[in-house]
Design a protein around this ligand. Structure first.
Ligand code: ASP
Length: 322
């Protein structure tokens, strides 16, 4: 009994270590945060989004349950979302002010803290796979534009004509934004996962913000801002107004609150999203999974498209919040 009490005391005083629920694996996906309500999204589109998120979730959780690594699951899930025109990533990427698509993505491993990203690319079909190549095959973390495409080509990543990214909806969105002189946010995709080896991974992929200035880089390819993974704490993927996610280093901040202050993943995500970001005027949300498989999905917008599953067979796909 004495020994048991001692262990509990030790667990509660070591920062970042709390006696928490443990899962063999967990996965969370987001399809962007923003003004997501039945008034803004037709029933038909909502159903299509739900189906695509379910397909991605099923793929990721099947991989994890059969022993795949979290980094493989994260890449596979994000590729599915990038190939769909429904999300602001890959095929469905938004247009910048000049009517071009400039895509950003990054990926990170919690075990090694290895990371890779690409930014401002306009011809890589699946930027998340190019980001993984940067992580695994180059001595760098982040590569941009033409150089990133050249590098991706050398490693057999599929290159497409820039017209591949032209979708009617995104083009019309840009025309509306140009009229209103606004920069619209959100719609990015992301995935975080814990695998059965106890390794965390995070990935984020985006077209950025509609009507963004040429050459603008958002938070999604920036390690520690829109994407972060560390086996000592958690994996995080963000979506929202990237400038705030960069200035407030959202991903790393959540991780640090867990690692150094001993907050739970939900407490840490709430603190950053509902206090820090919100007070600064930064809109958006995050998905997180900690090293025990506990998850957090916090947003300060009206909605965030999301899905999650774990080794206990619990799962959900959420489009509209009540
Ligand atoms: N965070 C992304 C960016 O600022 C946008 C988004 O999440 O949709 O580029």
């Amino acid at each position: 009994m004495k020994k048991y009490i001692l262990i509990l005391i030790v667990l509660s005083i070591i920062p970042g270590i709390k006696a928490q629920e443990s899962y063999k694996y967990s996965i969370v996906i987001h399809g962007g945060a923003g003004n997501i309500s039945p008034e803004n999204i037709s029933q038909e589109r909502a159903t299509a989004i739900e189906l695509k998120l379910s397909e991605a979730l099923e793929t990721g959780s099947n991989m994890l349950s059969s022993g795949s690594s979290s980094i493989d699951a994260v890449e596979a899930v994000i590729r599915i979302l990038e190939d769909s025109p429904l999300f602001n990533a890959g095929k469905g990427a938004v247009f910048n002010h000049e009517g071009k698509n400039e895509l950003d993505a990054s990926i990170m491993e919690g075990k090694t803290l290895n990371a890779g990203g690409v930014t401002g690319v306009g011809d890589i079909k699946n930027p998340i796979s190019a980001a993984r190549m940067v992580m695994e095959k180059s001595p760098h973390v982040l590569m941009m534009g033409e150089g990133a495409s050249k590098f991706a080509t050398e490693y057999g990543i599929e290159i497409v004509d820039s017209s591949y990214f032209h979708t009617e909806k995104r083009w019309n969105d840009l025309q509306r934004q140009l009229e209103r002189e606004e920069v619209e946010k959100y719609g990015t995709v992301g995935c975080v996962a814990l695998d059965s080896e106890g390794n965390l991974a995070a990935g984020t992929s985006t077209g950025g913000m509609t009507n963004k200035k040429y050459g603008r880089i958002g938070d999604s390819p920036i390690i520690g801002a829109g994407n972060y993974a560390n086996n000592l704490s958690c994996a995080v993927s963000g979506t929202g107004h990237g400038e705030f996610f960069m200035r407030y280093t959202v991903g790393h901040d959540i991780s640090a609150l867990i690692q150094y202050k001993g907050l739970s993943v939900v407490e840490a995500a709430k603190e950053v999203v509902h206090n820090k970001l919100k007070n600064a005027g930064g809109k958006g949300g995050v998905i997180c999974v900690d090293r025990y498989g506990n998850i957090a999905m916090e947003f300060n917008t009206s909605g965030m498209l999301r899905a999650w599953a774990n080794s206990k067979g619990e799962k959900a796909v959420i489009i509209f919040d009540d």
